[in-house]
Design a protein around this ligand. Structure first.
Ligand code: SME
Length: 149
């Protein structure tokens, strides 16, 4: 199912940061294109008490372009400051539905100087798609991209 291994992907992400003039969009595109279980991926940016959708890639646009901090899985991860993995979105009462095909979700906060500045949100059409390896890899990615906000 995975096209790239995570170590190789991390090297390619670092290459993107060195060579791209549009780092956040190019990393979103890279992740969506190379990991089959990442169906939709977006970066939300903290603006005041809200998360505002920035670069994204996926089969269709989401209506949730602004999410109050504390609302949904996204707002919850931003409020707590910890990665959230939801194995089955339909059994999580916080879940804000975007796409009928979504089955599971991971949300990874992006921090700078202990402050949440944004997050990576990935929806998967596969139930239980995200494991500890995805968590580690995406937390590393968040660490790399925090300088490009
Ligand atoms: N499902 C998210 C909302 C964002 S969409 O998945 C793109 C949530 O529950 O916060």
């Amino acid at each position: 199912m995975r096209i790239l291994d995570y170590e190789n992907a991390e090297i390619q992400i670092k290459n993107i940061t060195q060579n791209s003039s549009n780092v956040l969009q190019d990393i979103v595109d890279f992740l969506c294109d190379n990991f089959e279980h990442y169906t939709w991926i977006g970066i939300y940016i903290v603006e005041g008490n809200e998360l505002v959708l920035g670069p994204w890639k996926g089969p269709s646009a989401t209506e949730h372009t602004r999410i109050p901090i504390g609302k949904g899985v996204c707002g919850s991860a931003a409020a707590i400051g910890k990665t959230e993995i939801v194995d089955d979105v339909h059994s999580d009462s916080r879940y804000l539905s975007c796409f009928v095909s979504t089955k599971s979700e991971i949300v990874v906060p992006i921090k700078r100087d202990d402050k949440i500045i944004g997050e990576i949100d990935i929806d998967s059409d596969i139930t239980n798609a995200f494991n500890e390896e995805d968590k580690r890899f995406l937390e590393k990615t968040a660490e790399i991209i925090k300088s490009y906000f």
